[in-house]
Design a protein around this ligand. Sequence first.
Ligand code: HEC
Ligand code: HEC
Length: 423
Amino acid sequence: MNVETPTSAPGRVRGRVAGIGLLVTAAVAAAAAVVEPPHAAAGPPAAGDTNFGDPLPGLTADQLARFHAGKAAFEEVEGAADGLGPVFNGASCAECHNGEATGGGSGTLSTRIGAVVDGRFDPLVRFGGPTIQTKGILGLEGFEYAGEVVPPEATVVARRRSPPLFGLGLVDAVPDDAFRELARDQRDRHPDTAGRPNLVPDLRTGKRVVGRFGWKAGLGGLFDFAADAYKDEMGITAPGFVRTPDGRTIGEENAPQGRADLLRFNPAESPNEPDVEDIVLFTDFMTFLAPPPRGEVTARVRAGETVFRQIGCADCHVPTLRTGRHEVKALDRVKFHPYSDFLLHDMGALGDGIEDGRGRGSEMRTAPLWGLLTQPAYLHDGRAKTVEAAILLHDGQGRGARDRYRDLPPAKKRVLSAFLNSL
Ligand code: HEC
Ligand code: HEC
């Protein structure tokens, strides 16, 4: 991890906004129809009455208690005796996910590495990949673990920004088939910009599922992401997971710089956790975390959304998705507005070179645009300091929309900006 800018996001707390349901429905009826079973009953509102870091509206007392217990676990700072390390990037989830409120994003970057050898991608597990852990604990016999560095064998080095987690329980609750259908619909309606679902192993069963979390949609669900982050960012391992195609499992420590022999100085036995209780707690917190609040929807903002659709941004930044049937009422067939299809698109030069699941080097997951204004920097590695710079860096399948944006008259650019700033 490269702590470049833990600059916290610009402080902003939005007022409560009523009537969010009205806002996108008409504008995006076409996109919504794709993921919406015609007979589905409308669930409770998922947004519109919450602030950053709030739980979803309409939770039961038991679910609220799980949210708060999960939040405490998410904020808890771990030490070597708890299994932290031997190499790690952060001592709590909240260390990197704290912008606006616990669960937000930050400017903290994590480093992924790999090498392409004979046309095949190698995540360099034997040299400390795929994630570099830059800090080390004090081990047995006074052994000081050194933080990992990018090994000379790495020909691909990607930095990834810590994204906000607001509203991801809704994304988790969208059925795999809805993403497949969305991809098919894109192929029919606008093949030039059509995305495809990443396909990745479920970390407990090995079964292939639709990836949707991470900048390359490399993991299929919040539980899997929590398990993976606990190990890859904090070095805390847990039992009950299968081996992935790259030969790793959540139950085994990350060997520092790939050196398994150094694990003998690790004070905590592996797997560090007796069970997946902590992972369940993190998952509960994220599952019940409300989406970011929407800014005021003025006539200008609505005009901006029209431009957004006209120049093709909404092809990928799909305004409305809908969850499937869910045992949690607040997540049951709820419409929400992430402005993403969570599919992979070929972004040309913007791709980070990492291959993950069936995601290729040039492909990236459409970044959700909700809460955009709170981001400390934009794009997967934070290379864009402004929203406009982020748009102008779109390449590959995003090039057409980028060029249409570039050619807009200034007045249209301004209403588009008002729209983006309201998300
Ligand atoms: C050192 C910083 C750091 C720590 C600590 C950390 N994360 Fe993250 N988190 C990141 C980065 C960077 C990404 C983007 C990863 C990627 O796409 O490769 C991320 C992505 C995520 C995502 C996916 C978000 C999305 O939009 O798809 C989830 C979920 C998540 N983290 C949960 C957690 C949980 C739970 C913990 C604690 C167990 C945790 N993180 C600890 C930096 C961190
Ligand atoms: C072909 C699909 C596609 C189209 C069309 C597209 N985008 Fe994107 N957009 C993406 C992907 C993928 C990313 C993430 C890229 C990355 O981080 O490497 C992204 C990222 C962004 C970001 C940065 C978000 C963040 O949190 O970092 C903004 C802002 C954005 N897009 C706005 C727009 C606008 C405005 C348009 C229309 C002019 C547009 N996009 C058109 C796919 C698309």
